[in-house]
Design a protein around this ligand. Sequence first.
Ligand SMILES: C[S@@+](CC[C@H](N)C(=O)[O-])C[C@H]1O[C@@H](n2cnc3c(N)ncnc32)[C@H](O)[C@@H]1O
Ligand code: SF4
Length: 377
Amino acid sequence: MSGARHLYVHIPFCVSRCDYCDFVSLTGQRDQQARYVEVLLAELELERELLAPELDSVYLGGGTPTLLEAAALRCLLDGLPAAAELTVEANPETVTPELAGALVEAGVNRVSLGAQSFQPRLLELLGRRAGPDDVRRAFRLLREAGMENISLDLLYGIPGQSRRDLNADLGAALTLAPEHLSCYELEAKSGTRFAHEHGAELAAQSEALEDHLEHVVERLTGSGYRWYETANFARGEPGRDLRSFHNLGYWRGHDYLGIGIGAVSTLSGCRWKNAPSLPHYLEALERKARPPRETEALDEATKLRERVMLGLRLDEPVEIAEVEAALDRDALARLSDLGLVLVEGGMLTLSSRGRMLGGAVSAELIVWDAEPVLAGT
Ligand SMILES: C[S@@+](CC[C@H](N)C(=O)[O-])C[C@H]1O[C@@H](n2cnc3c(N)ncnc32)[C@H](O)[C@@H]1O
Ligand code: SF4
């Protein structure tokens, strides 16, 4: 086994919990940060042999990685293996000149900044702490510190967000000229207060959302960004490939190791998810044991289905021979006639229209009740 070339590190701490978010996050607990970082590095040590000698990407996601106190962040960044792409997720209100400088100095070469919107009333509805000026300020501070690869996260489909609001958000983001933009459809995650309060409203606007995506794609591709994944756009720049190499790893079905509470790993046909409990995580690793986790063996059929579902999110083709056993040939012919799927030289991609419909087209291409395919038979 050559080892995973992608490492995800989960930092769960947040100042407060945004109503719409169901990621593993903890409020308060500042006094646990240094201990958590120490234990994260202990988990890394336990799993180090699962990593390749050279990594393509390390991604610090959250939660709010930039909420870590300077010493803890420094200790973590010093303890992580080197990688061609080192991304840190940042909340705008946490970015100071010191933090921006420390990130650059520690070798972070990509920051993903959670803007979500530039409209104060929508940010308020989302329960965000940062206003539009905080986003602009954070962006400027990162640039001044020398950060040359910045991604902005935007949300669309926020209740009360008009086409005009969306346009204004895209315009405000484009003015900053980020290297990368992620535009996510706001999802009502079950169990969140947001889903309880706005779930029905979001469900009722599903057609409008398709329209929104079409508009986002038109505007961003018209401004020189490559729509390389359903929700992701990379600025076209000669000599630079500005796609997220960490996320490309997931979408291409490559192995990755995840450390931290709630982190998921997929390696050599096995997937495990660390339990989200901080006390259990700390307790296990402090006695040099693996944290509690759920483990699942991925059979060949599941791997092929994931390859289709994830691979077709990209604008690059999936080889038909590779996923043949998971494909419904009748559906392929039908969707191809409808112009939603493109087949050329044994390769499969979704047309623009197909990609707008998201996972629905890919799901239809798959034989869901197939018996597990035995490798080599
Ligand atoms: C888990 S957050 C972590 C980053 C950072 N804490 C922040 O809030 O910006 C990563 C991204 O996930 C997206 N996200 C979170 N909840 C979402 C939801 N319910 N629907 C769609 N996207 C969501 C947001 O765009 C966010 O920037
Ligand atoms: S959206 Fe970001 S800041 Fe808000 S609770 Fe989730 S991880 Fe924390």
